[in-house]
Design a protein around this ligand. Structure first.
Ligand code: ATP
Length: 234
């Protein structure tokens, strides 16, 4: 589904991502791990089209997306849930969800909103309230709901569990499992490595922008050198 070939992302002299090759298969869950500054956010932002690449290719469903706009990527089915959620606190819950539909021209948006409210009853109850009244966990669900309104085939999430209570971390990972069962492929950047490796089938480890390891998730989870060296044993 997604093929990343020799991808480079640079900011001035900083090489945030260097010669990265990676793939996400149809309906696969893949995680990207690495310490702070490893290049994980830069990778996702390059896949989203928010930052330019300085080399390499991004291919989605056989189509070269490397120089396509962020909007074209959303239309193709690649949707990012950004770090820090970035919901619109001056808008209502419903208005936030509708932002996820801004590229859609079909008549099924209301039907999809109903499905999203069925999935997230807390959001349904507050659909006409300001998004700033939501807890951090509910805001994360809203950010994912907004992404779902874009009808993704690949959902990319940047540190979705950051700052969430243990209850919401569990809910989040259950939700990701459900979305994957519904046929959505997932590319997950997470600091909660054990939960990420639990849900993923494969993982990549980045260090200073370079891929230093890739393996099946089970093998990464039992690699003590890896968990101690790069992942703080978490
Ligand atoms: P974190 O977990 O801290 O978000 P990360 O793995 O997501 O880390 P990035 O945020 O992608 O890493 O950063 C990779 C490198 O690029 C770092 O050296 C960082 O300082 C640098 N960098 C990131 N964004 C910018 C920017 N907008 N301008 C300049 N340098 C940047």
């Amino acid at each position: 589904m997604l093929e990343v070939e020799a991808l480079n992302v640079t900011y001035g002299r900083t090489r945030a991502v260097q010669s990265l090759d990676m793939t996400v298969g149809d309906n696969e869950v893949v995680t990207v791990l690495g310490s702070n500054g490893a290049g994980k956010t830069s990778l996702l932002r390059a896949l989203q089209g928010a930052v330019g690449t300085s080399g390499g290719r991004i291919v989605f469903d056989g189509k070269d997306m490397t120089s396509k706009s962020p909007a074209a990527r959303v239309k193709a089915g690649m949707v990012l849930v950004p770090e820090g959620r970035q919901i619109f606190v001056s808008m209502t819950v419903n208005e936030n969800l509708l932002m996820g539909a801004y590229l859609r021209r079909d008549d099924n948006i209301e039907k999809d909103l109903t499905e999203i409210y069925d999935r997230f009853p807390n959001l349904a109850e507050r659909r006409h309230m300001s998004a700033k009244t939501l807890s951090g966990g509910e805001q994360q669900m809203l950010a994912i709901g907004r992404a779902l309104v874009g009808r993704p085939r690949l959902i990319m999430l940047d540190e979705p569990s950051l700052g969430l209570s243990p209850l919401y971390v569990d809910r989040l990972f259950n939700l990701l499992g459900e979305l994957n069962k519904d046929g959505i492929a997932i590319l997950l950047v997470e600091q909660n490595t054990s939960m990420a490796l639990d849900i993923a089938s494969r993982g990549y480890v980045l260090e200073l922008g370079r891929k230093v390891l890739e393996d099946q998730a089970e093998a990464l989870a039992t690699n003590t050198a890896l968990t101690e060296a790069y992942l703080g044993g978490s």
